[in-house]
Design a protein around this ligand. Structure first.
Ligand code: TRP
Ligand code: SF4
Length: 400
């Protein structure tokens, strides 16, 4: 069995905002204490949609990695790297492409969705169609069994599982597996061989799990089998083959509850964000000028928190006492909107303070980030190289 491993990637979109923090990064910071983690910048993935603006990748990558570090992702615990610096991903993607049915890619829901959403761009490219396969290569090359992603990425994880299964099915078998398995069955002796065949049929044909259990016990008790033959017969019993790639599972991140300044989801395209490392002045100004309940025109008009984006911020940042103070004070016109915003401003500033502090060291000395990345890339490459050795061998490419 392979060890537990978490992997996730993010396309380099530039500076991250509080939506990324509450939706993704806080979770990464937690996971790095629980599992061995790999986090990477998916710069090749960025090129699938921005192939015509390559100039933005370098700066976006640097800013994004500083944001990760600012948020508390710790290079001593997690491995941070850049996809394009581990070219094994590309080799693996190519090899997987040989056995990937075109229909599987065309059926991934993000393919049509994104094409429709980004209609100003020609996305009928080979690279864009292959996006989920590149992602599968990213995941499978580290034999990562846990992949923290948002809801929108679940089909990609499911696709990766299917690719792993197909790969194991196609290449996880010795070329003469059936013949060797049949020969091993004979070694069981006539009576046990008959029982084994019967159990095998009952499991594979009828899904009888008890039969599988009994088959396993039977094999355990057969003392004249070599280790290889016993392995073969376990595999033959279950109809499975050797597991070269690990099927990953999605670790679903709760949908980000972080609202934007206008009450819609915080997103760069809505222009309603507070960036992770926004200056204190700018944070204060943005929240001060935030839209409130439109029905509350004068200070003396009572308001309704449910209609107010500021209330959404209280839901993220305030304790019960403060929330009651808002509900009561707003509905009775007991508090003014500026007053109501103060605890929110304070909470955001307090959350960002350690982020500014952590980021400063990396801004002052860019070689720090470079060496963290160089280190991470080296570690990642070692892991990727191990899988690639098995993959090349399984696909008949390990000759000289
Ligand atoms: N497609 C992911 C996104 O847009 C980014 C990504 C690329 C990724 N490769 C990955 C995420 C591997 C998890 C694992 O968010
Ligand atoms: Fe919104 Fe607070 Fe003003 Fe009520 S008092 S409208 S919740 S900002």
């Amino acid at each position: 069995m392979y060890a537990e491993r978490v992997l996730s990637g993010m396309r380099p979109t530039g500076r991250l905002h509080l939506g990324h923090y509450h939706g993704v990064l806080k979770n990464w910071v937690k996971l790095q204490d629980e599992y061995p983690c790999l986090f990477f910048v998916a710069d090749w993935h960025a090129l699938t949609t921005t192939y015509d603006e390559p100039g933005t990748i370098e700066e976006n990558t640097r800013e994004m990695v500083i944001d990760w570090l600012a948020a508390g992702v710790d290079p001593a615990r997690a491995t941070l790297f850049i996809q394009s610096r581990v070219p094994e991903h590309a080799e693996f993607h190519l090899l997987l492409s040989m056995m990937t049915p075109l229909g599987w890619l065309e059926r991934v829901p993000t393919y049509k969705d994104q094409q429709e959403k980004l209609e100003h761009k020609d996305l009928s490219t080979y690279g864009f169609l292959g996006y989920p396969l590149l992602q599968a290569a990213d995941i499978l090359i580290y034999r990562a069994n846990r992949v923290p992603v948002g809801e929108d990425q679940v089909p990609h994880i499911e696709f990766s599982r299917e690719i792993a299964r197909r790969f194991n099915h196609l290449y996880g078998r010795e070329p003469d597996f059936e013949a060797k398995a049949s020969a091993a069955v004979k070694l069981l002796g006539a009576k046990r061989a008959r029982e084994y065949e019967e159990l095998r049929t009952r499991f594979q044909q009828d899904g009888d799990h008890q039969a599988r259990e009994r088959g396993r016990v039977l094999l355990d008790e057969a003392q004249n089998l070599s280790t290889d033959d016993r392995e073969r017969l376990f595999g033959y019993l279950e109809g499975s083959s050797k597991m070269i790639l690990v099927e990953p599972g999605a670790l679903l991140t709760e949908a980000a509850k972080m609202p934007g300044l206008d009450g819609h989801k915080m997103s760069k395209s809505y222009n309603n964000t507070i960036s992770l490392r926004e200056s204190a002045d700018s944070v204060t100004k943005k929240i001060r000028t935030m839209q409130t309940d439109p029905a509350r025109v004068r200070r003396t008009d009572p308001g309704e928190p449910e209609r107010c984006p500021v209330w959404q911020f209280h839901l993220v940042y305030s304790d019960e006492g403060t929330k009651q103070w808002v509900q009561q004070g707003c509905r009775s016109a007991g508090i003014g909107c500026i007053e109501c915003k103060h605890p929110v401003i304070d909470a955001v500033l307090k959350e960002q303070e350690p982020m500014h502090e952590r980021a400063q060291a990396y801004i002052d000395d860019p070689t720090l980030v470079r060496s963290i990345i160089a280190d991470g890339c080296e570690r990642a490459r070692k892991l990727a190289a191990e899988t690639m050795r098995d993959v090349r061998e399984a696909m008949g490419l390990n000759y000289t």
